[in-house]
Design a protein around this ligand. Structure first.
Ligand SMILES: NC(=O)C1=CN([C@@H]2O[C@H](COP(=O)(O)OP(=O)(O)OC[C@H]3O[C@@H](n4cnc5c(N)ncnc54)[C@H](OP(=O)(O)O)[C@@H]3O)[C@@H](O)[C@H]2O)C=CC1
Ligand SMILES: O=C(O)CCC(=O)C(=O)O
Length: 478
């Protein structure tokens, strides 16, 4: 990538102070310089979006379709290059980076189709002779604040529906991973998106994000990230009575029952807990295992962890890339120490590892002999750290699984239709997986959780229409 990547405001690439984007697999490598937006940049972007809304909100659906389709096409055509960029800036492995890039392309294609399917309703009135029509209109200027762990998929699944339904956007990607967001905006612009419809302001959340939250001209905010920042989004949004949507943390459980197929149990939980370096809000960090299969499962999972190669994200053969940065690595190590101090038994990993280049490499860690009340089983670590909780039976497993303030994703590994069905009905989570990892979801169906994990309408699939449009009911006496 060329040296300075500017912000995109009101149809112009705008420079300013810059920050290097560092590769977590090799901290000597600078991926590029990226603009650090100011509060004034955010304000200019909001004004540009408000101005563009006047025309974009009435734009034709064919135009919106064509831009989204072409954007998806270009992302797909460049999947290897963009996937590599993603792996270099965030640290997930190359297959994971390319997979996420393909997913972003599919999301643009999905919402290209959705522009053509936007529908309303006509109902008879309870008053004879009157027609009632129910239509959907765009919400206005939407602020999109995105995290570092899915640098292309999350911006894509907020941008594509926002554009499809006629909104205009100010996008603030996480400061750690601006390159993928910059790339999507560059692609959208070159594929005909009119000026002002999407504005990109890279920089710090405390500066750019805060300015977005404080502006009464921002009609809706869609946020993914930590619970602490999510609460700030909520508080600021209530002040100006705007719509908001939050996707935050998880402490996702996977139950492994005595009747489980052992291979399925090991593969699905190794994936959920450790792939993408455990840095997924859908990761399973609580492995709740019934007594009879416990020892066998722990032994098999421990052996599986020993086979996982931790190395440079883009190196062939790497299974687990680096942690995203020093501060997240410190958090992971702090929780490993907390788990040890609480009496958890570390049976695999947990050590920092050195590789050819300096990076934030950590061996996936597995604890056994943990109990539900320990901090390691209550607080989100957001790293390759998981703990096993031994339980007597399914009933106890379900109670432990639901004993959390979070409710994003929950899994069960079992060959019993009875328990699988009961779990699907009784797990207090927005997404339930049977014999599958709790992470790694489809792009065309709703995504989101319950309790402290999520707030507001679901993201993704046709359900995204709820957040990115507002309903109008019109009465006509012809
Ligand atoms: N559920 C999920 O998908 C994710 C959860 N997390 C959790 O959060 C922890 C911390 O990660 P972190 O990246 O700091 O998460 P944050 O919630 O701080 O970051 C998410 C986004 O919000 C922005 N932001 C930060 N402060 C503000 C603010 N005051 N106003 C508006 N926007 C703001 C960030 O900007 P900036 O660019 O400055 O970071 C980033 O774009 C992780 O360890 C993990 O536990 C993190 C990422 C994703
Ligand atoms: O598991 C997934 O596919 C998506 C996870 C996610 O959106 C997140 O971690 O923020």
């Amino acid at each position: 990538m060329s040296a300075l990547h500017k912000n995109y405001i009101g149809g112009e690439w705008v420079g300013g102070d810059a920050r290097p984007n560092i590769n977590p697999s090799n901290t000597n490598e600078v991926i590029g310089e990226f603009a650090q937006g100011t509060a004034a940049d955010a304000k200019a972007a909001i004004d540009a979006a408000a101005d563009a809304f006047k025309t974009w909100s009435h734009s034709g659906i064919q135009q919106r379709h064509d831009i989204l389709k072409a954007t998806g096409d270009e992302i797909l055509a460049r999947k290897d290059e963009i996937g590599r960029l993603l792996s270099r800036e965030e640290g997930k492995t190359l297959p994971e980076g390319i997979g996420e890039t393909i997913r972003a392309a599919q999301i643009f294609h999905f919402f290209a189709g959705e522009t053509l399917r936007l529908a309303g309703e006509i109902l008879p009135s309870v008053r004879p002779g009157i027609d009632v029509t129910i239509t959907r209109e765009p919400v206005g200027v939407v602020g999109l604040i995105t995290p570092w762990n899915f640098p292309i998929a999350i911006p894509a699944w907020k941008l594509a529906p926002a554009i499809a339904y006629g909104n205009t956007v100010v996008l603030k990607p996480a400061d750690l991973v601006p390159a993928c967001a910059w790339t999507i905006v560059d692609i959208l612009v070159r594929n005909g998106l009119p000026k002002g419809v999407v504005n990109l302001v890279m920089g710090r959340g405390s500066v750019v994000g805060q300015a977005i939250l404080e502006s009464p001209k921002v009609n809706a905010v869609s946020f993914t990230g930590s619970v602490g920042t999510g609460k700030k989004v909520a508080e600021a949004s209530i002040q100006v009575m705007r719509k908001f949507q939050l996707e935050m943390g998880g402490k996702n459980p996977t139950i492994v029952l005595d009747d489980a197929d052992l291979k399925t149990a090991v593969e699905s939980t190794a994936n959920s807990a450790f792939f993408a370096t455990g840095q997924r809000c859908t990761a399973s960090s609580r492995l709740i295992v019934t007594e009879k299969i416990h020892d066998q499962y722990v032994e098999a999972l421990t052996n599986r962890i020993k086979d996982l190669v931790v190395d440079d994200a883009v190196k062939q053969g790497t299974h687990i890339g680096p942690v995203v940065d020093q501060s997240q690595l410190d958090q992971d190590e702090r929780y490993i120490q907390i788990a040890k101090d609480e009496g958890g038994k570390l049976v695999a990993g947990g050590d920092r590892v050195t590789r050819e280049n300096p990076g934030f490499f950590l061996q996936p860690a597995l604890f056994t002999e943990t109990t539900p009340d320990m901090r390691i089983n209550k607080e989100e670590v957001f790293g390759p750290v998981a703990s096993v909780i031994k339980v007597k039976d399914y009933e106890e497993a379900l109670a432990v699984a639901n004993d959390t303030p979070f409710g994003l994703s929950a899994g069960i590994v079992t060959t019993s239709l009875k328990y699988a069905t009961h779990f699907k009905r009784n797990a207090e989570a927005g997404m339930v997986m049977v014999n599958l990892p709790t992470a790694g979801v489809d792009y065309h169906v709703p995504f989101g959780g319950r309790k402290g994990s999520s707030y507001g309408p679901r993201e993704q699939g046709k359900y995204a229409v709820e957040f990115f449009t507002t309903v109008k009911t019109a009465y006509t006496l012809p």
